[in-house]
Design a protein around this ligand. Structure first.
Ligand code: GRF
Length: 283
């Protein structure tokens, strides 16, 4: 049962313990405060008291668990948990996601497949800075709107932002997007822009570190291990909070191309799943 909860809520064993303690303490606090509040009505037992009690504890419960979750370090879990319940009650729709990509779009393809018919997210737009990028063809094949922007338009930000808000985009996923994201966009989407980098950051990141340049540098330094990093985007290249890393061995016989293949396999396996996880538990 505990393993099931752990995998459902995606928490470690210790965090599961703290989450359960928060549920217990928050629930007790809620029951206690509910009874205290009902004393003010002067009612003592009876059907009316019972109905009022249910209403009061239902309203108090989110506040009580959030309150208890703070000292136990579980605020983020409960904030997301409660917003999921509210979302379910409102019958909330999948969050619109925009993918930004400059290349062939093999990651975009996997993400589009993963989120097709998904209840948490939907790929609503593919943005590219290259009119001939393969990713645009993938988008068209999947009936997804596309937008081509040049660096000037990206840096100016305003048209892009209004385009994104017109489509109610809530998340941006960079899947091989070669331009730097301008501060205005980072500000408009705080902790809502994800990037994948084909190496184990903080090594082999920064300006000019993309594609084969990364794999050549890893091999030149005779690293025994490489991999992928999925991270939030801030105002610096390859710098925001790391969400997930996966590794692969680097063999002496590896060429940049064979290493790229290993890294790409990791990207395809993990990126869609990690996006789903962050949609479920935003920072
Ligand atoms: C991936 O290796 C990704 O890590 C990097 O750009 C590449 C995009 O590849 N940021 P694809 O276009 O998804 O095939």
């Amino acid at each position: 049962m505990f393993e099931k909860l752990q995998s459902k809520w995606k928490v470690s064993g210790w965090n599961l313990f703290l989450v359960l303690v928060t549920f217990a303490l928050g629930g007790s606090l809620c029951g206690y405060l509910g009874r205290k509040l009902l004393l003010l009505t002067g009612l003592e037992g009876g059907v009316l008291w019972f109905i009022l009690y249910i209403i009061v504890v239902t309203l108090l419960w989110p506040l009580c668990v959030l309150l208890v979750s703070v000292p136990l370090g579980q605020f983020r879990f409960f904030r997301n948990y409660i917003s999921r319940i509210i979302g379910k009650m409102k019958g909330s729709k999948p969050a619109p996601i925009a993918i930004f990509a400059s290349g062939t779009g093999s990651n975009a393809d996997k993400i589009i497949q993963h989120f097709s018919g998904h209840k948490l997210g939907v790929i609503s737009l593919v943005v590219s800075d290259k009119a001939d990028a393969g990713v645009l063809e993938i988008a068209r094949r999947n009936n997804i709107n596309t937008l081509i922007i040049n660096k000037k338009q990206l840096d100016a930000g305003t048209d892009l932002l209004s385009e994104l808000s017109k489509r109610k985009i809530q998340w941006i996923v960079l899947a091989g997007f070669l331009q730097k994201i301008p501060p205005a966009l980072v500000k408009a989407y705080p902790n809502r822009i994800l990037n994948i980098h084909p190496a184990l950051l903080p090594k082999y990141g920064g300006k000019g570190m993309y594609g084969m340049h990364v794999h050549r540098a890893v091999l030149a330094n005779q690293e025994r291990e490489s991999g992928i990093t999925i991270h939030l985007v801030d105002d610096h290249y390859d710098h925001g909070e790391t969400i997930f890393q996966a590794t692969c061995p680097v063999a002496e016989s590896d060429s940049p191309e064979t290493l790229a293949k290993k890294v790409q396999a990791l990207e395809h396996t993990h990126f869609p799943r990690v996006i789903e996880e962050i949609l479920q538990n935003p920072r």
